[in-house]
Design a protein around this ligand. Sequence first.
Ligand code: ADP
Ligand code: MG
Length: 486
Amino acid sequence: MRPGGRVPVDGLVTSGQSFIDQAAITGESMPVEKVPGARVYAGTVNQSGVLEIQTETVGRETAFGKIIEAVENAERSRAPVQRTADRLAGYLVYFALACALLTLIFTHNARSTISVVIVAGACGIAAGTPLAILGAIGRAARYGAIVKGGLYMETLSKVDTVVLDKTGTLTLGNPEIVSIDPVQGVERERLLLVAASAERYSEHPLARAILKTANDASLSLVDPEGFSYTPGKGISCRVEAEETVVGTRAFLLECGVEVSAPTTDDDSSTEISVAQGRIHLGSLRIADVLRPEAVEAVRALKDMSIRTVLLTGDAVSIGLAVGHQLEVDEVEAELLPQQKLDRVRTLRGAGKTVVMVGDGINDAPALMEANVGIAMGSGTEVARESANVLLLGNDLLKVVEVIKIARWCNRIIMFNFAGTLVVDAVGVGLAAFGFLNPVLAALIHVSSELIFILNSARLLSRSSKESRLATLGDKMTLPPAERAAV
Ligand code: ADP
Ligand code: MG
């Protein structure tokens, strides 16, 4: 990859060093330094150095390709407001023709009749609405949130409840083991080895923490057999031919293991219990850090009169601690995936318009059930497929921003609706009574429609505030490697 060229694929840098302008994908206004191991995106521009890139995805599969696909799909999956707009525009044409006919019958004045026909316009609605929606989708995409259809953009403007998952969504999903507590007679290394071997193929953030510690201690892991993952509970498998269970206390009890009482009542770390051959080997405590922007994001949602609900599969004490720290309106913990889905369904049943933000396999059903599901960029493939909005990166403020864009888009569309109706009604009235000549009528028609279209087009413009926010947002997310997968 030479300087000045456009990166053709998504991939990892294998050698070289350079700065890349990736504003087209992530909205960052400053070029980002890329060194081996960093991720580069198709459509971004290499500024200075030479890079060797290992291709990961090409064409439609790249982040850029997905944005294009999202915009194309958005054009196909039309928002209901667009159908209303088309119908309204149709009525306006009939309205103008009927008024013209009446004018002709009552005044016998051809000039007035022609003026009536000319003055009435519907483009502010017919063209202004799709333009506003596409503009909003484009704007959100530039900001790092891919909205998979106009319908979701419209629904987002009406959202009154945001449901948040904890692990990986509100927390960095980069947890670390803070203590290893084997029961008496078991070695720490043994406990860690069994846990890490069982977690070897797990995608869960907690599993990554265990594997990292095991790696650091250079333990040689064994391959688990008969691996089965119960989302929200844990893993059961065979390690060294022995039945092994790694997960919540409740899960171990369910599997017939007698678990000894917890050693601490610390509510800032998650406990994972390990058992082999139905014998409790001990527990690992894993702590995760809240995303730096999480407090601000929850506060911003509250300022927008949106109710926030935290639903987690983790223990009640941790759920409450996190909920308290973020000041969310409601916390529910120890939920299985099905229960998360049920909570979302109940909220919808109560007439709420619900956004669910999640990252895990355990969140996928709730993401589908919510009016709009939003997946974190680092989320599992299932979550990202189930969601209607995909964040590029993990910045929670993007959730706030995309709702703001949706509300703005809705205001613009409503303004255009009302404006067109007023201009048409007043214009037709004036024309019918002979106050307008055809030239003036044409002027009113064209200039009013121009105003409405320009009003919609405001969504397309790039404000200085937006690029500043985008840069700020990116600083707050993780280093480029974390902003991985799209
Ligand atoms: P959240 O809803 O906060 O994202 P999850 O539903 O993914 O949390 O997990 C809930 C709990 O289930 C975790 O706190 C952990 O105790 C247990 N658990 C889930 N996945 C695993 C795993 N791979 N290994 C061990 N325990 C797990
Ligand atoms: Mg999660």
